[in-house]
Design a protein around this ligand. Structure first.
Ligand SMILES: [Zn+2]
Ligand SMILES: [Zn+2]
Length: 195
């Protein structure tokens, strides 16, 4: 039985004995069904309609289970036949109650459903990351030691063949970076930081 049914119409179903009403309708022939409906206009109510739909689902489940048990060797022909009978007759009753009209009886409107709750804000899954503002998401920044050149000038000298000394400047690789870039200290190289 659906949750909606139990919550909204459970009391009504007990008060008007929907189970008994449906059983009598299932077991009856067409004239007795019509007579019963005239006496019990509740059988034309939306609530009873939903009760029939729920019951149909229940019987379908029961039927599927009985078929499984039958395959497993259980002798349940009578149960299977009863399920088939109920499935067939409930459908007939649904058609009947949908089309019959009873004098002085107004078909009910379905009860108002509770107003839908505004959808909650989507739950945040874990911390939110965003692009590192220091390196712009690259993960590396310019080396301050070499100014981004990747090398340092170094003074050197060598002795010419004539014995004089030549002074010159050579470029040596920067000791604190590779190619003028160092790992970003803000994001650790990932390019992303936590909010
Ligand atoms: Zn960074
Ligand atoms: Zn450097």
């Amino acid at each position: 039985m659906s949750e909606t049914y139990k919550h909204v119409w459970g009391d009504l179903a007990r008060q008007y004995n929907f189970a008994g009403l449906l059983k009598t309708l299932v077991d009856g022939d067409e004239p007795s069904r019509l007579a019963l409906i005239e006496k019990n206009p509740i059988s034309l109510s939306y609530a009873f309609d939903v009760y029939c739909i729920d019951t149909l689902d229940e019987v379908k489940k029961q039927y599927a289970k009985a078929i499984e048990e039958r395959h497993a060797g259980k002798d349940n022909k009578a149960e299977l036949r009863e399920c088939q009978h109920q499935l067939q007759e409930i459908k007939v009753i649904q058609k009947l109650t949908a089309h019959v009209s009873v004098a002085n009886y107004m078909k009910e409107h379905p009860p108002a459903r509770p107003a839908p709750q505004p959808a909650p804000a989507p739950a945040r899954v874990g911390p939110r990351w965003h692009l590192c503002g220091v390196c712009g998401g690259v993960g590396r920044t310019r080396c301050s030691s070499c100014g981004g050149t990747g090398t340092h000038p170094r003074s050197a000298s060598r002795t010419r063949y004539d014995g004089s000394i030549e002074y010159y400047t050579e470029q040596v690789p920067c000791y604190s970076c590779s190619g003028g870039r160092i790992t970003c200290s803000r994001c650790g190289g990932s390019g992303q930081v936590l909010e």
